[in-house]
Design a binder for this molecule. Structure first.
Ligand code: GCU
Length: 332
């Protein structure tokens, strides 16, 4: 109860910070848009948002800037998504699988082994011709505007009891996933037991033995200390998911046409700089994890790719998902 009471008070203070929008000539007061983020302030996406804010402020003559709230200060990603829908928070960065709850067709972008490289992934996700209609499907019905997608790393499996080389090694192992049916089925096909949970709960769950491990990129592995308690990191390379910058639609409607165009082009720039900085962060994270005793292992990627094939068949099943998947293939 105390936690709930505290978070509602915290959230009440958040909306309507900043005012005016700077649209009235001669009355330029900055609108500060709150951006919820669940990872730390040195994460490439945090850096990208800070740069985006500076450039947006300049381009809009001080009318708009962004303020980042990192480290789950405003709640788990699922919670902050609700706050965006209600308008209590202006924007949030949320992992792709969470949007499947609102429109299951989003799953086609979150399937294992469908992208050759982060560059391939990003060329698909921010091409309005490929994803525009899908993204727009949430605006009115769910009060979620998808501004676009950032690269969120390549996900691999890490466990407490030894490296994972083949699907058989995952038998009976409870592996945390981001909440979505697709993820639960995916880990099931990979041989384990997919266990959905917010990221902030994973450390304690591994430590107490509720989980045998998780699947994530090297940044989370090292930065959240998972490397200390589930020290075997195995390169299954099964997944690249997008992280979406989402906004409450009313926030974007308040922008003038020019301001909206500025936001869109500056967002595109920030996507490129985020991607460009990711590799260096991975190298840093691996070093940090190794220093704390973690080890990195190759896995039988072909065996895992084969194991999850039925999931692609199941999820690429209607006109929308088939059309998008064909374009992913064509962009390869
Ligand atoms: C990645 C992703 C985050 C997500 C996290 C998770 O780090 O970038 O958006 O929250 O995985 O597994 O929860």
């Amino acid at each position: 109860f105390t936690v709930l009471a505290f978070s509602s008070v915290a959230v009440l203070g958040l909306s309507a910070c900043g005012s005016g929008g700077g649209n009235d000539a001669g009355q330029q007061s900055a609108t500060v848009l709150k951006v919820a983020f669940n990872q730390n302030a040195t994460h490439p996406q945090a850096v990208a948002i800070t740069e985006l804010s500076e450039k947006l402020k300049e381009a809009t003559d001080g009318a708009y800037e962004l303020e980042l709230f990192p480290d789950e200060q405003l709640g788990s990603q699922a919670e902050t998504l609700e706050l965006v829908q209600s308008g209590a928070v202006d924007m949030a960065i949320v992992a792709g699988p969470l949007l499947e709850a609102f429109n299951p067709d989003f799953s086609v972008l979150n399937l294992p082994y469908i992208y050759d490289s982060p560059e391939h992934q990003m060329s698909v996700l921010n091409d309005p011709e490929i994803t525009g209609d899908l993204y727009d499907s949430l605006t009115e019905s769910e009060q979620i505007s998808v501004i676009g997608a950032y690269h969120g790393g390549v996900r691999n499996v890490y466990t407490t009891d030894g490296p994972v080389e083949t699907p058989a090694d995952l038998a009976g192992q409870k592996i945390r996933v981001i909440s979505s049916d697709t993820n639960v089925s995916m880990v099931g096909l990979m041989g384990g037991v997919g266990t959905p949970m917010p990221q902030g709960d994973v450390y304690t769950a591994i430590q107490s033995g509720v989980l045998n491990g998780a699947e994530n990129n090297e940044l989370i592995f090292a930065d959240l200390g998972h490397s200390e308690i589930a020290a075997f990191y195995s390169y299954t390379k099964h997944l690249m998911i997008p992280d979406y910058l989402v906004a409450n639609p009313a926030v974007l409607e308040a922008f003038s046409e020019d301001q909206r165009a500025d936001l869109e082009s500056l967002f595109t720039e920030s996507v490129d700089s985020e991607l460009a900085s990711f590799d260096a962060k991975v190298t840093e994270a691996k070093k940090k994890a190794e220093d704390s005793g973690a080890t990195f292992h190759e896995a039988d990627v072909d065996a895992f790719r084969e194991a999850v094939a039925p999931l692609l068949e199941e999820k690429i099943s209607n006109d929308v998902t088939t059309a998008i998947f064909d374009k992913i293939e064509a962009a390869r």
